[in-house]
Design a protein around this ligand. Structure first.
Ligand code: F0G
Length: 449
């Protein structure tokens, strides 16, 4: 088989500023060993997130010029709405400025004290919005998700028996909806199978509960279903996407991932009453229902992005490029979350640095090490991000921006990881010296132990 190449040519480039290890040492200290506090020009390869960091296509840029900036009823909105209806089968589509705005509106309406929201694994903003409403966020991943080396093809799946137990324990009236995150970002970018989605749907039906998707990475999830789930290889990704959304009563989506846009979000709903209440909140804090806190041109970029993301040549390249990095790291003996998922490679920092105790944040130590050695910016998904709630894993995420980096950039990243691997004994743990009350990973500061 031939190399799966980037299925695009590069029309516009953005220079990368090269730095020395000495310069990066200074930057690291000034930023309190928190890479969120580092300026992007001080980064060589930025794998902090795949969110809003993708490269737009020439057709998306053409859409930017076509944007209709009318306050109400803009043409751009109708093009966007048509595209999302076609893709998801949902009739009611509210645009928002990004995923967490959809979450905030949804949980303000259905959350509140005493309520419980089950999810395979809540993403941090989802959990924060659930908890901000006064509700409790409960994660119900399958047991295999806790073992980074386990090769289960759908480690994003929800534990259906645990969902049944939760409903029996707290009572269905306290559960306003069940949520499934595709792919499961906090659990390692792992996909959820159609079989699991159907099983969760069946439980919801038995108890009269709505099922919502956190569908930020729906296309990557659908492609992994096509690749890994028995009986799905012959279907198109578009068909699988339609089935996934068809199983849900609603969805929150950040268009900054599989929308291939730099900004934007969506709230999809079936229930008319909920739609009216959500529309009122949208107008109150985001904007009118035909723009939801975005410019008309952003709606155009989203409309085109949601079309391009289900192209199977794009998805084959996307998934392969992540897998390529995973294979090379694993071959070099760097422990990673297996198998590689949709948008990122996750290094198992606890296994890589057994000499750093959990209280000294092994993940954050690896993040700092990768930056120091090669100017590669990654993010900790472990005890720093999840605070005192017992994070099951200490992961470092290498999130791949869409259509941005080439194979040689990735070879460089692999070399940096390998250098860190061979000098890991020198890595030191960290102590948190400044702890913000919520979403502390964004602004906390550290010192080396
Ligand atoms: N849900 C999931 C699964 C996410 O990964 C994100 C964002 C959101 C919701 C919120 O969307 O950022 O548009 O408000 N994830 C980014 C990340 C930030 O780096 O993984 P948003």
């Amino acid at each position: 088989m031939k190399t799966i190449i980037e299925p695009f040519r590069i029309k516009s480039v953005e220079p990368i500023r090269m730095t020395t290890q000495e310069q990066r040492e200074t930057v690291l200290r000034e930023a309190g060993f928190n890479l969120f506090l580092v300026r992007a020009t001080d980064v060589i390869i930025d794998l902090l997130t795949d969110s809003g960091t993708g490269a737009m296509s020439s057709e998306q840029w053409a859409g930017i010029m076509r944007g209709d900036e009318s306050y109400a009823g803009a043409d751009s909105f109708y093009r966007f709405q048509e595209r999302i209806r076609e893709l998801t089968g949902f009739e009611h589509i509210l645009p928002t400025h990004q995923g967490r705005a959809s979450e905030r509106i949804l949980f303000e309406l259905v959350g509140g004290p005493g309520k419980v929201i089950p999810n395979n694994t809540h993403f941090d903003t989802t959990r924060a919005n659930v908890e901000h409403s006064g509700a409790a966020a409960v994660d119900l991943p399958i047991a295999e998700a806790a073992d980074p080396a386990c090769l289960h093809p759908f480690k994003g799946n929800m534990d259906v028996a645990a969902l049944e137990r939760l409903i029996a324990d707290v009572g269905r009236e306290r559960i306003p909806l069940v949520m499934v995150t595709v792919t499961n970002n906090s659990g390692g970018g792992q996909p959820v199978s159609l079989e699991n989605l159907r099983a969760v749907r069946a439980v919801c039906d038995r108890h009269g509960l709505p099922l919502f998707l956190d569908a930020c990475r729906f296309a990557e999830n659908a492609f992994l279903i096509k690749r890994r789930e028995p009986g799905q290889a012959g279907r198109s990704v578009r068909e699988i996407v339609l089935e996934m959304f068809g199983l849900a009563d609603g969805a929150t989506i950040s268009a900054k991932k599989d929308g291939l846009a730099n900004i934007g979000g969506l709230l999809l709903l079936r229930d008319e009453t909920l739609l009216h209440r959500a529309s009122n909140l949208l107008i109150l804090t985001e904007g009118f229902i035909t723009y939801g806190g975005l410019a008309g041109r952003d709606l155009e970029a989203m409309a085109q992005g949601f079309k391009e993301v289900v192209h199977e040549d794009y998805l084959a390249y996307r998934i392969r490029s992540v897998e390529y990095v995973g294979e090379r790291l694993a071959a070099a003996g760097i422990p990673i979350m297996q198998p590689p998922g949709g948008h990122a490679i996750y290094i198992d920092a606890a296994a890589l640095c057994p000499h750093i105790p959990r209280e000294q944040f092994p993940g954050q130590a690896v993040v700092c090490g990768l930056y120091r050695i090669g100017g590669v910016r990654t993010v900790e998904i472990g005890s720093v991000m999840f605070g005192r709630s017992p994070a099951r894993l200490e992961l470092v995420r290498l999130a791949m921006p869409r259509r941005v980096y080439t194979q040689s950039h990735m070879d460089y990243v692999v070399e940096v990881c390998c250098e860190l691997g061979s000098s890991r004994r020198e890595l030191r743990g960290l102590r948190m010296v400044n702890e913000p009350p919520v979403l502390r990973h964004f602004t906390a500061r550290f010192e080396e132990v």
